[in-house]
Design a protein. Structure first.
Length: 301
């Protein structure tokens, strides 16, 4: 049975409170939250007692409990998570990783056809950007490197050690605008991960398959910048110029060093794109002769 709106919002609030307990340390060392009408005790180092008993690391109960949430702390992260969500503990370090597999992305696009005003997948990308912007504003960062991580793709759940959830991920890794570099995080790798984001945007638009293996840390790889214009395989529609410019904003060839796009720029770009496409969709509804193909201005270089 599908969850009611109130149940979904209860889940959203639970995870939001859970995150803020750890990252803001604004509550007493032992905090009680309510989950499904049961008290959940969370200690300051985020060991979870549910209900009243400490769960072992990676227990099925813990994974199932949080996997059921399918959300983080912001409503616009909920659609991005899709069918899965993961919560893992490494000592006192908390890692919240939203994920969706390649097959889930493709299934999502099948259920939400791209020919509905050409907007559905773009709305999804906008929701990702808004969710990232929220996480950045709340200073919810991954591990201790000042890096804000969100994954699409398969995550290797057995990864242990100081850099959890790195091996086997299939990108993209999105960064905040306050990256604290360490010996393991070099500029080329950071550039590459921004390129991966553009690549996935490209795949979602064109209907192409997201490659099985994205580059890992320490293995920087630059994807060739695609040729504009691009067409959707399903209906031959031309890519909107705004989407192309947004992809090029994040492509690794387009910037050097730390002069890279921030989450604010990406979120603003997504928001502007969404507004323009809504306007075009409304115009098409009022004048059916406009058809489905977007009017596209020459892409900026």
């Amino acid at each position: 049975m599908p969850l009611s709106t109130s149940q979904v919002m209860q889940q959203v609030k639970f995870v939001a409170d859970l995150i803020l307990v750890y990252f803001e340390r604004s509550v007493d060392p032992m905090t009680k939250l309510i989950w499904n009408d049961q008290s959940v005790v969370i200690s300051q180092d985020l060991r979870i007692l549910y209900p009243w008993e400490k769960l072992p690391y990676f227990s099925k109960d813990l994974y199932d409990m949080v996997s059921t949430l399918k959300c983080l702390s912001h409503p616009n992260v909920l659609p991005f998570l899709g069918l899965d969500g993961e919560f893992s503990l490494f000592g006192s370090i908390c890692t919240i990783v939203p994920q969706t597999t390649h097959s889930n992305v493709l299934e999502w696009t099948v259920k939400n056809p791209l020919d509905i005003a050409g907007m559905v997948h773009l709305v999804k990308l906008q929701q990702i950007a808004e969710g990232l912007s929220y996480l950045h504003k709340k200073h919810i960062l991954h591990y201790n490197l000042g890096v804000e991580c969100i994954f699409m793709g398969n995550v290797d759940n057995d990864v242990q050690g100081p850099r959890p959830h790195i091996s086997g991920f299939a990108g993209p890794l999105l960064l905040s605008n306050s990256v604290d570099f360490s010996d393991h995080y070099q500029g080329e790798t950071i550039k590459n991960n921004i390129a991966v984001y553009g690549y996935v945007c490209l795949c979602l638009w064109s209907g192409g398959h997201i490659v099985e293996k994205m580059p890992l840390f320490g293995e920087p790889k630059v994807y060739n910048v695609p040729s504009y214009p691009l067409y959707q395989k399903s209906n031959g529609r031309l890519m909107p110029n705004e989407l192309w410019n947004l992809i090029m904003l994040g492509w690794s060839e387009r910037w050097e060093g730390e002069n890279h796009p921030t989450m604010r720029e990406i979120a603003e770009g997504m928001g502007n794109l969404h507004v323009k496409l809504l306007e075009r969709s409304s115009q098409q509804d009022q004048n059916p002769t406009i058809g489905h193909q977007f009017e596209v201005e020459p892409a900026s270089t």
